[in-house]
Ligand binder design. Structure first.
Ligand code: AQP
Length: 332
């Protein structure tokens, strides 16, 4: 039995990059009988960069609506990170065995500290320790990660090894990556569709909104007129088609149509809007139902947190035992 852990930050609307690159895979991974899965709305991670505290609870709720609307809770435990205080507690213990030098090499820290120059808190630097705690708290063995989190996962594996070695225990398994290779670019052509870069199409956006954004979205820059054949392999619109447009339409209409200039980018985008609507209309419907029953959402998250707290308490007891931390019980 593999234990899976992954998380999503409530830093903005869940977008098509999150959906195609992560959520879809999380749902199918969690449905395999040989897996048990934990998925978290990692709100503590979102504190590492400036955010609006007043709007924050709504962001967490909307992220929960999105992940429940895709059906993630059918087989997996879904919870909010801050509801399980052991995440930050374990992060402290792991932080004490985390080599500074390794942390300093984290590419994401370098990028994000550049992006938020005026307010770089220590939390941004120690973020990978908290991510390691998220994973190791459940002794997760398989972690679905995008390319940009691979380095952090490698660090989590190192911390598991460091802790086990230092305290002569086999408490933590080394989590393996389940590499999610699909990368959705921003509507502006930027490397990554990203909540903080204002280049997203929201997963729960109504069809008119999706179409408005698709219409202006970046395609193959060489295809300046309709007569010039396109290059699907470098086009973000085609990448999205590969996820939501089934065969034979994908190959016969979209790929062949683009490479022979039989269809233009506008036609291709219209077909993508139709495929997206086919797939996302039921998700939007479920999201509307959930918004109308906020108690149901809170119940799922509450149940998830209870399950996780029970697991987390067991791990923390073992961590403290291994580290010789017994609090008042230390008295002779
Ligand atoms: N553009 C993307 N293409 C494919 N996968 C993506 N993911 C995010 N963007 C894309 C995957 O979604 C999961 C949850 O992401 P996250 O919320 O933890 O953080 P992120 O990767 O930093 O996403 P954003 O949207 O770019 O958020 P901000 O702007 O807050 O940093 C992850 O598995 C991620 O790989």
């Amino acid at each position: 039995m593999a234990t899976i852990f992954s998380g999503i930050q409530p830093t903005g609307e869940v977008h098509l990059g999150n959906y195609m690159g992560a959520l879809r895979h999380w749902v199918s991974l969690s449905k395999r009988p040989e897996h048990e899965a934990f998925f978290s709305i990692v709100d503590c991670h979102a504190f590492t960069v400036p955010y609006d505290a007043k709007a924050f609870p709504k962001g967490v709720f909307e992220t929960a609506v999105a992940v429940l609307a895709v059906g993630l809770d059918e087989r997996a435990t879904v919870f909010v990170q801050s509801d399980v205080p052991e995440h930050t507690e374990l992060a402290w213990y792991l932080g004490c065995v985390a080599p500074m030098g390794e942390l300093g090499r984290m590419t994401q820290f370098k990028e994000k500290s550049e992006q938020h120059k005026s307010s770089v808190g220590t939390g941004l630097f120690t973020y990978p320790i908290l991510m390691a705690a998220d994973i190791l708290l459940y002794k997760a063995t398989l972690v679905p990660v995008g390319h940009d989190q691979l380095q952090h996962l490698e660090f989590a594996r190192d911390l598991a090894r460091h802790f086990n070695h230092r305290f002569k225990t086999e408490l933590f398994p080394e989590p393996k990556p389940h590499h999610l290779t699909l990368r959705i670019r921003g509507t502006d052509g930027g490397e990554k569709m990203s909540k903080s870069r204002n280049n997203t199409i929201a997963m729960l956006e109504p069809p008119q909104g999706i179409w408005k954004k698709l219409k202006g979205a970046f395609t193959d820059p060489q295809r300046v007129t309709r007569e010039i054949p396109g290059r699907p392999e470098i086009c973000n619109i085609y990448t999205m088609h590969t996820v939501v447009t089934p065969e034979p339409a994908l190959t016969e209409t979209i790929h062949a149509g683009c490479t022979t200039a039989n269809i233009g980018c506008g036609d291709c985008k219209k077909l993508l809007a139709e495929s997206l609507d086919r797939e996302l209309a039921p998700v939007r419907e479920r999201a509307a139902e959930l918004r109308a029953q906020p108690k149901r959402v809170l119940e799922v998250l509450g149940d998830g947190a209870s399950t996780c707290r029970a697991r987390a308490a067991q791990t923390m007891a073992a961590v403290k035992e291994a580290a010789g931390v017994r609090g008042a019980r230390s008295a002779p």
